[in-house]
Design a protein around this ligand. Structure first.
Ligand code: SAM
Ligand code: DTB
Ligand code: SF4
Length: 350
């Protein structure tokens, strides 16, 4: 049995879903499930065929009406020593983001309760660190306990983790750890020089080994080629198993960062990336992440049709703007969608 729909089967679109593989792990051979060329072929499908495949995969695994609302909070902002060229929080940028200290646990509790009251089901805490110190981890573990006590799923993104640090967060109740691959391996060195791709893979492996769910995605619009977008998706889909949660960020061009003047990505190409993430990682939550503030309702609607089933919810991401929560709720209503926790299921045998 094939482990994926045939990327080139668009002439027979009704046949492909019979061979979906519901299991996220690689075959026993250890071979990658997706070659870059196969992902590229998906990206190049006629748009209606791609969307049809993605929507069919989506419906086979999820209630297509549910969209997860995940609220972000920057618990430690700015002053980051890394040189990620998209990021306003890097000390190498001149984006006017002041460095702040780690927030107090009480303030995080207040924000988590507000997010819960506003309808979020997941709360993600971000810190502008290269890697946290053990004493930072102890404080974030307290924050995780508060988020769980508020009745929310807890996620954190704190940079690279050392052996043992994930265990402390897991024991506090952390559900997900977010750590992105961000780009294809061959573009990475042009975007970040202060840590390498393997460092990211090592942190992801530690998270996986500790039994914490993996939230891992990337950014598009960095100036990458379509082949490099395929390279990013193939890397994510070939993680063994692939991430439970996949944030697809559209570059937010922040003045004072090296990527502030990147040419715009065609919005339909962004939709294609969402669709291909859905097809290659059928049981993952695919999150329409950074970049929604400047995205039309129509493009967001296409992203939901293409299989996105999660958004960041709340007027701020970490340092940049996100749509108002009330506008997002109105958009979901307009589209006949509901906030809720999408739970992946294996497709029923037909
Ligand atoms: N410092 C930690 C790290 O990098 O692992 C966690 C926080 S970092 C801000 C989390 C992610 O935000 C990055 O991996 C990147 O994907 C995304 N991000 C940062 N700046 C962005 C921007 N301007 N546009 C889109 N995504 C961005
Ligand atoms: C992710 O992939 N995107 C979020 C979250 N994980 C932490 C962050 C987006 C940040 C956008 C730029 C900013 O607001 O600073
Ligand atoms: Fe630091 Fe994370 Fe921003 Fe990179 S993306 S500069 S690691 S906060």
């Amino acid at each position: 049995m094939s482990h994926r729909p045939d990327a080139l089967a668009h002439e027979h679109p009704l046949q492909f879903h019979a061979c979906l593989d519901e299991h996220p792990a690689r075959p026993a051979s250890g071979q990658p499930v997706w070659s870059v060329d196969e992902v590229l072929a998906l990206l190049a499908l006629p748009f209606p065929d791609l969307i049809y495949q993605a929507q069919t995969v989506h419906r086979a695994h999820f209630d297509p009406h549910l969209v997860e609302l995940a609220t972000l909070l920057s618990v430690k902002t700015g002053g980051c020593p890394e040189d990620c060229s998209y990021c306003p929080q890097s000390v190498h940028a001149d984006a006017g983001v002041p460095a702040s200290k780690l927030m107090a646990v009480d303030a995080v509790r207040t924000a988590a309760l507000a997010a819960k009251a506003a309808g979020a089901t997941r709360f993600c805490m971000g810190a502008a660190w290269r890697a946290p110190k053990d004493r930072d981890i102890e404080v974030v573990a307290e924050m995780v306990r508060e988020v769980k006590a508020a009745g929310l799923q807890a996620c954190a993104t704190l940079g690279m983790l050392a052996e043992g640090q994930v265990d402390v967060l897991r024991d506090a109740g952390l559900d997900y750890y977010n750590h992105n691959l961000d780009s294809a391996p061959d573009l990475y060195g042009d975007i970040i020089t202060t840590r390498d791709y393997q460092d990211r893979l090592d942190t992801l492996a530690r998270v996986r080994r500790a039994g914490v769910s993996v939230c891992c995605g990337g950014i598009v619009g960095l100036g990458e080629t379509r082949l490099q977008r395929a390279g990013l998706i193939a890397e994510l889909a070939n993680l063994n198993p692939y991430p439970e949660s996949v944030p697809i960020n559209h570059l937010v061009k922040v003045a004072g960062t090296p990527l502030a003047h990147q040419p715009d990505l065609d919005p339909l190409e962004f939709v294609r990336v969402i669709a291909v993430a859905r097809i290659t990682m059928p049981m993952a939550r695919v999150r329409l992440s950074a970049g929604r503030h400047d995205m039309s309702d129509a493009v967001q609607a296409l992203c939901f049709v293409a299989g996105a089933n999660s958004i960041f919810y709340g007027e701020k991401l970490l340092t940049t703007d996100n749509p108002e929560g009330s506008d997002d709720l109105a958009l979901l209503t307009k589209l006949g969608l509901q906030p809720g926790e999408p739970v992946a299921r294996a497709p029923s045998a037909a």
